[in-house]
Design a protein. Structure first.
Length: 98
């Protein structure tokens, strides 16, 4: 399955309810599972983003649905990046014209 990095920023509502964040993480993981994906890793962050998932999803469309279903609750804003393994990256670059 394709890999993705899903970055999260808390909204004002999310910050007000920060103590509920661990439960929201579990709910977000369930959303991903229900849409055929899997969260491989979760990290809390320092900097421009507050948390992230490293995850797999069956398609770009499924990843968009996951981000929308998580965001619609109003606690976070998401940014989702398609991530390529080293092998995938090398294959992409090897296909470039010389």
């Amino acid at each position: 399955m394709p890999s993705y990095v899903m970055l999260f920023r808390f909204t004002e509502q999310g910050v007000r309810n920060i103590k509920d964040s661990p439960g929201r993480v579990e709910a977000a993981k369930k959303i991903c599972r229900d849409l055929g994906g899997e969260v491989k890793h979760f990290y809390g962050l320092m900097g421009s983003y507050d948390t992230l998932f490293i995850m797999e999803a069956p398609s770009d469309e499924a990843a968009v649905k996951m981000a929308a279903a998580i965001s619609i609750q109003g606690n976070v804003r998401t940014e989702t990046l398609r991530a390529f393994t080293e092998t995938e990256y090398r294959e992409l670059l090897s296909a470039l014209p010389s």
